[in-house]
Design a binder for this molecule. Structure first.
Ligand SMILES: [Zn+2]
Length: 403
């Protein structure tokens, strides 16, 4: 740690085609932002809120409509009997290519900006897969998926989630030890070159948390998303933005230490939550009864086999105990637990009980802990939400409309 003189921060959270000049409060991008926050609205209502002349506003709206940013959404009956056209943000015309990359799979989907999936496919990946093989495969699969859905021309951006930390400034990943070949790789460039659109990278647990936040209708409250799959991660959404921390490590709940545990973790240390309560820990613990994969764990719990149900509940208790501390510190309104293991009922129930038992009483007031309802689309919804925020931002919209 070092002490540095204070300086103005210039680093943006989302690195995309943002122009250096902030948009004027009446630019087309600003008109869209108002519509996004308060729409659907009539032209009259927009004009009153923004204070533009009618002619200029109509010009702005025409430009936004031509580019597929704005559309009509019915009419409002006014007192004078005239029906005024309602306008809203068009989040269906534009497309996003979203990719969720894991230790054993890569799932791709073409979505609109709300995360509705037009087409998806999942590729199983070998253990210790390498970017030199996987990236070209993803480029081909992405092109094919876009062309099959007829959405190539509508593509606004691409977003990719993967385990580990992301250096957002450089578009480089700090991959977990289980994916050593992905460490320090520049991932943004090959996709940007291939698709000619901005590429967003995000940690997988952050993407899932953001997906839950978007699916809830972007509430004005703090959302904590926990992902328990092969590993354990968490994402925090505060004021509509993912809190990533100073080095992209925020939410790495799986590597908090459990007192008294000596189990070796994939991160190289001992006693981590992930070494005791993740999907891979469950696979290892249930090896004696024939479990070989996460799918086996999920099936065995669903079948109600005592050993698997007990192991899932114990893992849930451990995660819940740690989560109680996180809840006390962050004080969220919603906790959503997702991932293949996270949504197993005995696991989730144990998480909920431990949080209720150990979190500070005032942090429990109004807290809602539940399973993520997004299933396998969770990352897609979150990534599409990030694409929406990046491409519908005033600066990005003005850049798109610039002659
Ligand atoms: Zn660890």
């Amino acid at each position: 740690m070092s002490v540095r003189p204070l300086r103005a921060r210039t680093r943006g959270d989302v690195v995309t085609n943002q122009s250096a000049n902030p948009p004027s409060a009446t630019s087309p991008g600003h008109v869209l932002a108002v519509l996004r926050a308060h729409g659907p609205m009539t032209r009259q209502e927009l004009q009153e809120r923004i204070g533009l002349s009618r002619v200029t506003l109509v010009e702005r709206l025409d430009a936004l409509r031509r580019q597929g940013f704005v559309r009509a959404s019915g009419h409002r009956d006014s007192s004078g009997g005239r029906r005024a056209e309602l306008l809203e943000v068009d989040d269906e015309t534009s497309a996003a290519l979203t990719v969720d990359l894991g230790q054993s799979h890569a799932a791709l989907a073409v979505t609109d900006l709300r995360g509705s999936v037009a087409a998806r496919e999942t590729h199983r990946l070998p253990v210790r897969h390498r970017p030199d093989d996987v990236v070209p495969m993803l480029l081909d699969a992405g092109r094919e998926l876009l062309s099959r859905t007829g959405r190539t021309g509508a593509l606004r951006a691409m977003a990719l989630s993967l385990p580990g930390q992301i250096d957002h400034e450089r578009g480089v990943t700090v991959a977990p030890p289980t994916m050593p070949d992905w460490n320090g790789r520049t991932l943004r460039d090959p996709f940007e070159d291939a698709f000619g659109v901005p590429v967003l990278l995000e940690n997988d647990a952050n993407a899932l948390a953001f997906g839950d936040y978007c699916a809830m209708g972007r509430p004005d409250s703090t959302v904590l998303g926990v992902k328990v799959g092969t590993g354990i991660g968490a994402g925090v959404v505060v004021s509509g933005r993912i809190h990533r921390g100073e080095s992209g490590t925020a939410g790495e709940m799986g590597h908090m230490r459990i007192e008294g545990s000596d189990r070796r973790c994939g991160c190289g240390r001992r006693g981590c939550v992930a070494a005791n309560a993740s999907g891979s820990a469950l696979v290892r613990d249930l090896r004696a009864v024939g479990v070989r994969s996460m799918d086996d764990v999920v099936r065995r719990v669903a079948d109600g086999r005592g050993d698997a149900v007990r192991a899932a509940a114990e893992a849930g208790h451990l995660v819940g105990t740690v989560l109680a501390t996180v809840v006390t510190i962050i004080n969220p309104r919603f906790v959503r637990v997702g991932g293949a293991v996270g949504i197993l009922p005995p696991f989730l129930e144990a998480v909920r009980k431990a949080v209720e038992e150990y979190a500070h009483a005032s942090a429990l007031r109004g807290l809602e802990v539940s399973g993520s309802e997004l299933g396998e689309d969770g990352a897609f919804v979150g990534l599409a939400g990030l694409v929406a925020d990046a491409t519908l931002s005033p600066a990005a919209v003005d850049a798109t409309l610039a002659p």
